[in-house]
Design a protein around this ligand. Structure first.
Ligand code: 6PG
Length: 469
């Protein structure tokens, strides 16, 4: 193996880096990985498939020297400063024309900054969103590259062969200019937050509300996963309900503390949407619910002070039916909001995102993959510039057919004391977006009353101010 050149290099051999590199090697590319930890380079070589060419080294210089040019070097290190540190270490070793890839969950403006820093040096820097977790990285992730087109051209053969496939199409494509790849991945994660939270809300109302056992929930989610709700997140939820605890006789889900972690991509989605003036309330609420979950001891204290507790919901069968519809309509609303955000970002942040590409690559390999994506893909093929999927006739019919279930579950949750913020916000978003006249005429009057902020009229052009009272 000593004198041969390698096709693809990886910096960072944590689980994601190692698995992605092994996947590259499985597709016939000679793969080399660098990590300072000798255990990680040894693990890389040990876990390689027989017949593949895989080498692990503990010297970055050795890795760079061993690559054919233009070099293809991917970094899978924690987002933030570690990425800048690796870039600085690579700079004396690489040559103009080489390609440096950041495959982490990087904040999009960091990607832009690095692109602008490396471009004058003749280096092709590209941000790629990678989704699918450990298993996806190993067997076929969904990937969202954006920015440098030369880099994309050089990487296409590798990325297309390692990506998940749907209808024989690779789940990787160009996401647009600048930091579009990382931006699209961030919005993917925002949608992921919303769907996960809505599944939790459905679980709460069915389990605490109607008394469904873990076994029953396992069967129900398995059943749902065989029809319109078919998706990775519903599938793993069904599995989770079946898992027994190794330390006690209980089901594992019952032993897990109700305090959610977060690495920040959901929060970024909400923050940036606020800055852009885009409404994504279901994603916002998913972030908020994680924040509330962190207040475990305060919640326990407040729970003890409460006089009335959540009530049992008697009609189990109709609750199950309504929850199925609620989840379906709510999940649609999460995608609708995320995709509408991409539409605005595409223009306002000058990224020219081909949104049908995002939807296409999300159909397989990623955490938010679901059969619904096929429906969205068709809608974007009918109209690639549609600002909001609720304006698509077919999709609007699909929501209409399920919205009463969502109304019912939201009402049950409110009346009986179950926090179901994401489902509630999904319904509010739908009702607001599909209401031709909102009551904000009154708000404009209030603004003009106390601050002379002016208002527009329904019957003539211009700005108006009134001396009120
Ligand atoms: C993916 C996931 C992945 C990661 C999230 C978790 O697409 O493979 O989104 O990127 O699991 O970042 O995010 P939180 O820790 O914030 O839940």
């Amino acid at each position: 193996m000593d004198n041969q050149l390698f096709d693809f290099g990886m910096v960072g051999l944590g689980v994601m880096g190692r698995n992605l590199l092994l996947n590259v090697a499985d597709h016939g590319f000679k793969a080399i990985g660098f990590d300072m930890d000798p255990q990680k380079t040894a693990d890389l070589e040990k876990t390689a498939s027989p017949g593949t060419v895989v080498k692990g080294v503990n010297s970055l210089e050795e890795m760079v020297k061993s690559l054919s040019t233009p070099r293809r070097i991917m970094m899978l290190v924690p987002a933030g400063k570690p990425v800048d540190d690796v870039i600085e270490k690579l700079l004396p070793l690489v040559e103009p024309g080489d390609i440096i890839i950041d495959g982490g969950n990087t904040y999009y403006t960091d990607t832009l900054r690095r692109y602008q820093y490396l471009q004058p040096k003749g280096l092709h820097f590209i941000g790629i969103g990678v989704s699918g977790g450990e298993e996806g990285a190993r067997r076929g992730p969904s990937m969202m590259p954006g920015g440098d087109l030369t880099a994309w051209d050089h990487l296409k053969p590798v990325l297309q062969s390692i990506a998940a496939k749907v209808n024989e199409e690779a789940c990787v494509d160009y996401m647009g200019k600048g930091a579009a790849g990382h931006f699209v991945k961030m919005v993917h994660n925002g949608i992921e937050y919303a769907i996960m939270q809505m599944i939790c809300e459905a679980y709460d109302i069915l389990h605490r509300g109607a008394g469904l056992t873990n076994e029953e929930l396992h069967l129900l989610f398995t059943d749902w996963n065989n029809a319109e709700l078919r998706s990775y997140l519903v599938e793993i939820t069904a599995d989770i309900f079946r898992q027994k605890d190794e330390l006690t006789d209980a089901h594992l889900v019952d032993m897990i503390l109700d305090k959610a972690g977060a690495k920040g991509t959901g929060k970024w989605t909400s923050q940036i949407a606020m800055d852009m003036g885009v409404a994504i309330p279901t994603i916002d609420m998913a972030v908020t619910m994680r924040n509330l979950s962190a207040l475990k001891s305060q919640r326990m204290e407040a729970d003890a002070l409460k006089s009335s507790h959540a009530k049992t919901i008697a009609d189990k069968d109709s609750l199950i039916q309504h929850t199925r519809q609620a989840l379906f309509a709510g999940i649609i609303m999460s995608y609708v909001q995320g995709l509408a955000m991409l539409h605005t970002a595409s223009k306002d942040l000058e990224m020219d995102i081909p949104i049908q590409n995002a939807v296409k690559v999300w159909r397989g390999g990623c955490i938010i993959r679901s059969t619904l994506l096929e429906t969205f893909y068709e809608a974007y093929q009918r109209n690639p510039q549609i600002p909001n999927l609720l304006l698509d006739e077919k999709l609007s019919c699909l929501v209409k057919a399920n919205i009463d279930g969502l109304r019912n579950v939201v009402a049950q949750a409110a009346l009986n004391g179950y926090p179901a913020g994401c489902l509630m916000n999904a319904l509010t978003y739908y009702d607001a977006y599909t209401t031709g006249r909102l009551p904000l005429n009154l708000l404009q009057a209030q603004r003009d009353y106390f601050g002379a902020h002016t208002y527009e009229r329904t019957d003539r052009e211009g700005k108006f101010h009134t001396q009120w009272g």
